[in-house]
Design a protein around this ligand. Sequence first.
Ligand SMILES: Cc1cc2nc3c(=O)[nH]c(=O)nc-3n(C[C@H](O)[C@H](O)[C@H](O)COP(=O)(O)OP(=O)(O)OC[C@H]3O[C@@H](n4cnc5c(N)ncnc54)[C@H](O)[C@@H]3O)c2cc1C
Length: 385
Amino acid sequence: MDDNQDFRREIRAWLAATVTDDLRGAGGAGRENEAFDRRLAFTRRLAAAGWSTLAWPVEHGGQGASLERQVIFHEECAKAGAPSRVDHIGVTMVGPTLIQLGTTRQRERFLPGIAAATELWCQGYSEPGAGSDLAAVATRARLDGDQWVLTGQKVWTSLAHVADWCFVLARTAPPPEGASRHAGLSYLLVPMRQPGVTVRPIRQLTGDSEFNEVFFDSARTDRDLVVGEPGQGWRVAMATLGFERGAATVGQQVGFQRDLDDLVALARRTGAAADPGVRERLTRAWIDLTVLRAHTLRSLSAPPSAGTATVIKLLWSRWRQGLGELAMTVLGPAGVAVVPGDPDVDRWRRLFLFSRADTIYGGSNEIQRGILAERVLGLPRQDRR
Ligand SMILES: Cc1cc2nc3c(=O)[nH]c(=O)nc-3n(C[C@H](O)[C@H](O)[C@H](O)COP(=O)(O)OP(=O)(O)OC[C@H]3O[C@@H](n4cnc5c(N)ncnc54)[C@H](O)[C@@H]3O)c2cc1C
């Protein structure tokens, strides 16, 4: 325990020395492009100091830190207003996937660049005809000598415009007669900076472009850059999704608490706090966040149980959407007026608009509820075709 307190002091001191005013609070939901270069430099400093890969095993270049320490790290980052990192897709998704399922050569090739944030990654799963129904991916890859050649389109690819590599779910063979559509898919590591890859930004509700369409037009990658066996990529793709959150959720909730505190302060300033409806909603937001945090902490220290991660996703996504809606009520007419340069209006409007996406990405809430219905409650399986 004392060791953990030393650890907390150490990360706190490091953050106090490193998170300068121009970095504090930069990035986050709906602000992925904000101060990007400065956030990249911060991410690299974090990596150089050994904080980035706390959760990775020591033998793969990580710190092998306990869950407790990971939680402390994320809490302290959130409390210090550390800018949001730009390496999360690499560090929390593809890195752990390679550690668990990659070849030695793949690990040696990619883990150092992910850990140092010198190579950034994006996730190439969704397509215009394959989102919730991911097994419908139509991007194809075929072998041509020592390389895979990819043709197809991905969509909603977050950060593709800054990524060096993409992990792509592509069909490399038709499913064998009578087999599920999951067979014949492969998980390929594809370099983004090549003539066969075109990235087209998508403008979002917020006015920003954080995700993209990605077109593969005879794009190439080496034959050995398939993770797992060719045709067995579904299992790998699902493993990646399983790594997506973890201890970082706790840090996210510390950020939520700060958002709520700031909204309470705004409600006092604007006088909205006198409205009984607003007071009730603010109080309810506090209660819900307290419950969410307790549930998350308990679930992190308990053995994994069916549906836990799903329940947390459902709860936090609804919570943040609710906060965005409440912020619009607190702002009143200013929330919908054009008020250039007002940081309050910009911040809350962005949160309100971006949080519409919270119930969609990472598996939409309808899909999550379907998973709970079938896998936890044992209800009859839904006919999807
Ligand atoms: C901000 C953001 C970032 C994203 N980043 C990435 C990324 O980096 N890489 C990536 O690959 N993808 C990314 N996505 C895509 C995301 O994973 C998909 O949007 C999501 O899986 C839903 O797929 P879809 O958009 O095709 O919607 P659809 O699957 O077409 O669903 C449309 C609606 O129908 C509902 N629905 C569908 N099937 C069912 C069902 N069986 N039962 C009940 N309701 C159903 C859905 O819940 C939804 O409301 C991102 C999305 C967002 C919003």
